[in-house]
Design a protein around this ligand. Sequence first.
Ligand SMILES: Cc1ncc(COP(=O)(O)O)c(C=O)c1O
Length: 414
Amino acid sequence: MPDLFDKCRGDGGYFGYFRVRNDMFFSRPVLDGVPGPRMTYQGKEVVMWAVNNYLGLAGNEEVRSAARKSLEAWGTFTPMGSRMLTGNTDRHIALEKKLAAFLQKPAAALFNYGYLGVMGTISALVGPDDVIVMDRLSHASIVDGTILASAGRRFRPFKHNDLEHLEHHLKAAHRQRKGGILIVIEGVYGMRGDLADLPGICELKDRYEARLFVDDAHGFGVMGEHGRGLGEHFGVQDKIDLYFGTFAKAFAAIGGVTAGEEEVVRYIKYNARTNVFAKSLPMIYVDALEASLELIENHPEYRERMWAVAKRLQQGLTALGYDIGDTRSPITPVYVPAGSEQIAMGMIKMLREDYGVFVSGVTYPVVPREVVMFRMIPTASHSDEDVDLTVEAFKKMRDRMNLDLSEKPSLRNR
Ligand SMILES: Cc1ncc(COP(=O)(O)O)c(C=O)c1O
């Protein structure tokens, strides 16, 4: 008789190979210390390249101080209940107003996690007659939002950043339309670091009278002169119908925000199940986020430093022959030569154990099956010395492992 738990004993499921080995090296490694450029792993200091602390705000004293005061005043529990019932406060409303102003949108809605925000926003808006046209490389929260919207049958994935393929779907969806069309993309793609072709996508959106949702988890606070994200970077912020950012990355906190026109955001607040049926964001985060937003708005030097570190790292790796694909953001993917998971694991192990450089591997289901890579996140808090030591480690690794870097695996992975 098959039992529900049979699957738990085999090596199926996500990361099954690692799970059955009870691995805590490649999956679920235990890290010590406050997230930053240097952390402790297995009792040794490592240079950390695997946390999305883009602006170096993790551990920032002003944010900590705001959180400390908030903790004194409100404890860990305030407010109690969902925004709909007993969890709404003036401070939540004020933060939404500030975020909306920062993002140059009329209104904004807070969510407790980015994941819940993306899922909640998409599923609140997309009904049985509507169609989702989504970039194929989109994050799991977008896929799950689509499933929650029960739009499985009316869901059209297009090849990553391929405007021709997008137009093909838009044309068909427009011709057969009974309801609305929502184009869903990431802004900065979280694994490859490449950018959505926003100007082109906005033009198509207008042509086919669709709406555009941009999950800019990795561009929020990072891209554009003021950190308003990819819309600002390309000068098309006003064309984005719904802009989404998470606080888990550049803001070094937790939560997410959807910004857009007033009535639409109000509709989302009343209909996003992940918001209506969940406790509201704790005050300690609301207060910390206000402090982070203040810093992000008024300190362009964090972004400048982050770009300087990213440039130094990306140039160093490229000069050694490593393939970092077509990143246009701080995210630095390193595609593994010969495309083998075994080689990638050997590289990660050597970097961590022999050179004190911590990187994370990225495999299916986070990226498509044929892609083998690891991903590095340069941040404003890394020093030049951190970068140089890392590039030197990559040089030694290349020579010791005799890596053939003539191949360009990122091209194969298109
Ligand atoms: C593109 C994208 N969207 C959404 C999320 C989810 O955000 P959070 O971690 O705040 O739940 C992430 C985080 O990994 C992401 O990269």
